[in-house]
Design a protein. Structure first.
Length: 328
């Protein structure tokens, strides 16, 4: 819990024209160890991540009177200055009712600590500069009485499947610890360009984020990047393609997509790292998005283990049947 909080007036409306006050929050044991950017995302619900980073970059958020970077981990006793920011309160969010219904129907596991959603492909996990809402905002609108609901990890917008959320602060910390310490097992299904290279059972290649390529920010294999390991298992070889099971040992941005492409077998439908001719072939089978699905997640929680599976969606099953038949 916060051990202390107060505010000070910042004039008529502050930088965002919102008549709120600067607040100073003293960090308690519950928040200790949390990254400042994640703390602010929780604190300023509805504020896009890009806006959070801008507040940090401009020095509007300060820790113990000093500027700080997004990766700084809070310590008990830290005093955080939070400027007045217009937040999108739950009652102000405009998530369409149809989307709320879709996300309610996508819940595949629920217990007092954890909620797992079979995320629809094409839906972002959270709001951003290009989308006013995502899974988390839709869930908060669909369940307005839920006291705590936070993402334990993320999936690419084009990826479907198991997305884990925490229903309490202790659960969030436990889930994040399990995910960061490689205690969790996350398996994906991917249709990739064939043939899969003989003997390749895993790809151990460091990845670096935010590399500019033609004006687009991408992730690429780079010796100076962060350690990244993906285990691959061939489930089925077909004419021109292969169905793969990919298990994450680490959890870097776009990891499976970049690792698969790095060995010459990019994921079908991947417009960023894929092969244009292979993508055109996949479109001929009816593929309308990336063929990457988070099939299952297993992770230890206190006194139990969580195991959840999400079946391959109907659209991807239909494409797979055509690939198996050698069509296209």
């Amino acid at each position: 819990m916060h051990s202390g909080e107060n505010g000070e007036n910042e004039g008529p409306g502050g930088p965002d024209g919102d008549r709120r006050q600067v607040s100073h929050v003293q960090i308690g044991a519950a928040e200790s160890g949390q990254r400042i950017d994640n703390f602010l995302l929780t604190r300023l619900k509805g504020v896009p991540r890009s806006r959070i980073y801008r507040l940090l970059r401009k020095g509007e958020v300060r820790v113990n009177g000093k500027r700080t970077k997004p990766v700084y981990r809070l310590e008990a006793g830290d005093r955080v200055r939070i400027p007045p920011v217009r937040t999108a309160r739950r009652r102000d969010l405009r998530v369409p009712e149809g989307v709320q219904d879709e996300i309610r129907a996508a819940i595949i596991h629920e217990d007092p600590e954890v909620l797992v959603v079979d995320k629809p492909a094409g839906m972002a996990v959270h709001a951003g500069s290009e989308t006013p809402w995502g899974v988390i905002e839709a869930l908060r609108c669909a369940r307005p009485d839920e006291p705590f609901l936070e993402l334990a990890h993320r999936l690419d917008r084009g990826t479907s499947g198991c997305l884990v959320l925490a229903r309490s602060r202790p659960a969030l910390l436990a889930l994040q610890a399990a995910l960061s310490d490689a205690q969790a097992t996350k398996r994906y299904l991917a249709l990739v360009k064939g043939p899969w290279p003989d003997g390749v059972r895993s790809v151990d290649a460091p990845l670096r984020r935010n590399v500019l390529r033609g004006g687009e920010r991408v992730v690429q294999v780079d010796p100076a990047g962060k350690t990244a390991i993906t285990r691959f298992k061939v489930l089925e070889l077909m004419k021109g393609s292969a169905l793969m099971e990919a298990t994450l040992v680490t959890g870097r941005t776009h990891q499976i997509r970049v690792h698969a492409a790095s060995v010459g077998s990019p994921v079908a439908g991947d417009s960023r790292y894929g092969n244009p001719r292979f993508n055109a072939w996949a479109r001929g089978l009816g593929l309308k998005r990336m063929f990457l699905h988070a099939q299952s997640v297993s992770l230890p929680l206190e006194n139990r283990e969580l195991n959840v599976d999400a079946p391959l969606p109907a659209d991807l099953r239909a494409v797979l049947v055509k690939a198996q038949s050698g069509r296209g």
